[in-house]
Design a protein around this ligand. Structure first.
Ligand code: PGA
Length: 248
């Protein structure tokens, strides 16, 4: 039985001081023993967030990380900077990073490998555009994203990975995918993982759905056989996130 994982993606929201306030507000609301809870916050607030979340069930994750160890990469964050302060998760290849910051399947793969090298769990994002869905190429496109993201990743590493399926047309639009659409793609991702590796790896890897998840849609989405939780943007900044975490 896979353990659910419900992660908030704060994106570029909340100052460090606002982070303390929000974590203190959400702490009692997201308390659960039934799922892993992760708050992915802006880099500048990571240390503050880790401090604020101490003693609670909240894990802190980063929203991005670079694939080199150190050096002349102005503005980037190295993996050991994250592990040094206790960051356990990192979102890799979010569609906003792909769209606005020129991330590609190849850089996603480099970052995934680097995260594993440092013992950080990557939340690997994939998802099709509206045009791709309408052209009927969703599954082919997602399979390509997944295959490239996992090049040279071992089965043992892949078992611990988290994949977030986030249709781009559902992100921040209030247009949540139907349960059938979300389940169909998450199941296809699991088949793809079983083809790259084996059944055991496919059975272990956790696959989230993301894109306008709300307190109203969480229960139905998260009870699908291949959906192991969610990556939540807008609603993760509100008390509603407590309802999403305790969706049952
Ligand atoms: P949303 O964002 O829940 O605001 O649609 C999800 C995400 O981008 O991770």
């Amino acid at each position: 039985m896979r353990r659910k994982i419900i992660a908030g993606n704060w994106k570029m929201n909340k100052t460090p001081s606002e982070t303390v306030t929000l974590i203190n507000e959400l702490k009692p609301l997201v308390a659960t023993e039934d799922a892993d809870v992760v708050f992915c916050v802006p880099a500048i607030s990571l240390t503050t967030a880790i401090e604020a979340a101490k003693g609670s069930n909240i894990n802190i994750g980063a929203e991005n990380m670079y694939f080199e160890e150190n050096g002349a990469f102005t503005g980037e964050i190295a993996p050991n900077m994250l592990t040094d302060i206790g960051v356990k998760y990192v979102i890799i290849g979010h569609s906003e990073r792909r769209e606005y910051f020129a991330e590609t399947d190849e850089t996603v793969n480099k970052k995934v490998l680097k995260a594993f090298e440092h013992g950080i769990t990557p939340i690997v994002c994939c998802g099709e555009s509206l045009a791709q869905r309408e052209q009927g190429v969703t599954i082919d496109f997602i399979r390509t994203q997944i295959k490239i993201a996992f090049v040279n990743v071992t089965a043992e590493q892949a078992k611990t990975a988290v994949i977030a399926y986030e249709p781009i047309w559902a992100i921040g639009t209030g247009k949540v995918a139907t349960t059938e659409q979300a389940q169909e793609v998450c199941a296809a991702i699991r088949v793809c993982i079983s083809e790259i590796y084996d059944e055991a790896t496919a059975a272990a890897i956790r696959i989230q759905y993301g894109g306008s998840v709300s307190a109203a849609s969480a229960a139905e989405l998260f009870s699908q056989p291949d959906i192991d939780g969610g990556l939540v943007g807008g609603a993760s900044l509100k008390p509603d996130f407590g309802k999403i975490v305790n969706y049952k």
